[in-house]
Design a protein around this ligand. Structure first.
Ligand SMILES: Nc1ncnc2c1ncn2[C@@H]1O[C@H](COP(=O)(O)OP(=O)(O)O)[C@@H](O)[C@H]1O
Ligand SMILES: [Mg+2]
Length: 351
């Protein structure tokens, strides 16, 4: 080959700065089925990145390719600037925690956490120090001598996390690690994981189908659908400006309509006012109440309205419960929203 080939995207030192891992045109096919479809993604160093999307959209497959358990059909995976596409998992310096984390039942908590260090032939003294440090980090220093079955689900999950962290992985990959926990514990563990990530400065890639989890935990959020990346950005950015209808829908926007200026927009239920209100009139439509649902603090009002394109649209407004006393089904009213809350969308189609 000659030297004057066009420049391909190489991982030069400056190019790779701050990037822990990179997917470049990565595709994964299973037979004729494309599970991951030509994705490009940069995972920032020292941050928490989430892969978010509905079941089957290719999150786990992407993570498995990053870990080296599955080889991409095409494309390149770089880890810290090095083409690692065909590198076996044990050479990638990764820690992983899956949804169904398996602790070794016959080993103590401390032995579980030290397991990977022993494999790496670390000295007993160093293992002890590292295990104590790591158990401290996850708040389990007092349980080192216990067997896993004596622990609660949340504690076991922390041990799994500690075991993955103990080896000081260059990348920590977490596949729905909280989904086996009950709702309250799951919310606690989000904050806990976030704290651990911040304290250690670890690069974390977390897979989840839970938008609240992703919004709360991510530095960078990657929304996937059907093997493709729909949008990448900081949570506030993506939440305020969903790129398309799918993302908006997934993040709870609910209302999709054409406004007076013929722009296809979406607006969140809590930003849609019902009846006379001072929320602004960038959007103002006559509407008829279909039903209401009392939720304690708030009231969800379902309405039908004719939008700026002359289409009848079903809308959902989330108003304060006290405001909704007269909103019986059939009531004619208006819905309105301020311009700041109308998010223009390019694709009006649901598919
Ligand atoms: N080994 C495999 N063989 C065939 N199909 C697979 C395999 N692994 C995953 N898939 C399919 O690829 C799609 C994406 O799967 P996955 O990455 O596990 O989704 P997610 O983690 O987002 O729920 C699904 O339709 C799944 O059935
Ligand atoms: Mg999965």
């Amino acid at each position: 080959m000659s030297n004057d080939l066009p420049a391909v995207r190489t991982a030069g030192a400056t190019d790779a700065a701050g990037i822990a891992a990179e997917f470049i045109g990565v595709t994964q096919r299973f037979g004729t089925f494309t599970a991951v479809d030509d994705i490009d993604l940069r995972i920032p160093e020292g941050k928490l990145t989430t892969l978010l999307g509905p079941s089957g959209c290719g999150k786990t497959t992407s993570l498995r390719m990053l870990a080296g358990y599955t080889r991409p059909t095409s494309g390149t995976i770089r880890i810290h600037g090095v083409d690692s596409t065909t590198l076996p998992p044990e050479k990638r310096g990764l820690g992983m925690v899956f949804q169904s984390y398996a602790l070794f039942p016959h080993l103590t908590v401390a032995e579980n956490v030290g397991y990977g260090l022993k494999l790496r032939k670390m000295s007993t003294k160093d293992i002890q120090r590292r295990v104590t440090e790591t158990l401290d980090l996850v708040g389990l220093a007092h349980l080192g001598a216990s067997k896993p079955k004596k622990l609660s689900g949340g504690q076991q999950q922390r041990v799994a996390l500690a075991r993955a962290i103990a080896i000081r992985p260059r990348l920590l990959l977490l596949d729905e690690p909280l989904s086996n926990l009950d709702a309250r514990l799951r919310v606690q563990m989000r904050a806990e994981l976030r704290r651990i990530q911040a304290e250690t400065g670890l690069t974390v890639v977390l897979v989840t189908h839970d938008q609240d989890e992703a919004l709360e935990m991510s530095d960078l959020m990657v929304l996937m659908r059907g093997g493709k990346i729909m949008q990448t950005g900081a949570p506030r950015e993506v939440f305020a400006r969903p790129a398309n209808r799918f993302v908006a829908d997934f993040l709870g926007y609910e209302n999709f309509l054409t406004d007076q200026s013929k722009t296809f927009v979406t607006v969140r239920p809590e930003h849609l006012a019902v009846g006379a209100d001072d929320t602004g009139d960038a959007l103002r439509l006559d509407a008829t109440v279909v039903s209401t649902a009392f939720r304690g603090v708030d009231l969800l009002v379902t309405l039908d309205a004719v939008d700026g394109a002359g289409e009848t649209v079903r809308l959902l407004a989330d108003v304060r419960a006290g405001d909704g006393a007269v909103l019986t089904p059939g009531t004619r009213t208006t819905v309105s929203a301020g311009g700041a809350h109308l998010v223009p969308l390019h694709d009006s189609g649901k598919e």
